[in-house]
Design a protein around this ligand. Structure first.
Ligand code: ZN
Ligand code: ZN
Length: 166
């Protein structure tokens, strides 16, 4: 963790960025967080250390970190962007129900080749595999609700059957 922070300050200098308490605090929070937080989540934590910081500053700092390569935006759309500063190679699964983001690693995903025509069209900074779906605990909730409503339904149409087994 110390080492990562040291690399970060080096990176700031290389990018010609001042090392401000705000930048350090935001980076530290992101680095320690395991939940792939949104700007708002980082803001609420950092505010405890730096009461004068604004959400706007946190937001801009997160994008600055992303631009200099110290963090990145987790894939997925339609909601508040989530950030990650974990530099270990890894991939993400996001549950579309509870928005939990889970890290995983699968070696074959490291060897995905980028098509030549895309390389001509874009400068690829990062490639990743992103999975989206429903996590097991959300799935269990859905199934429970389903079987509950089925049960209610059966109770309604067939009043209790007292016949004994043959
Ligand atoms: Zn879930
Ligand atoms: Zn991650």
């Amino acid at each position: 963790m110390e080492k990562q922070l040291e690399n970060f300050t080096k990176r700031c200098r290389r990018s010609g960025l001042r090392i401000t308490p705000q930048r350090i605090a935001v980076y530290e929070e992101l680095m320690q967080s395991k939940v792939h937080p949104s700007a708002d989540m980082v803001y609420r934590k950092v505010k405890k250390k730096l009461p004068n910081i604004s959400l706007d500053t946190v937001n801009r700092t997160l994008y600055t970190l992303a631009e200099m390569g110290a963090a990145y935006v987790v894939e997925g759309s339609g909601q508040a962007k989530r950030f990650d500063a974990d530099e270990q190679k890894h991939y993400h699964f996001r549950c579309i129900k509870c928005n939990k983001i889970v890290d995983f690693y699968h070696k074959p995903f490291d060897n995905i080749q980028i098509p030549e025509e895309l390389k001509k069209k874009f400068t690829i900074l990062r490639k990743s595999v992103y999975l989206e779906g429903i996590c097991n605990s959300c799935k269990a909730k859905v199934e429970q609700r389903k079987s509950n409503s089925q049960f209610q339904h059966e109770l309604a149409k067939e009043p209790e059957n007292h016949s004994s087994k043959p």
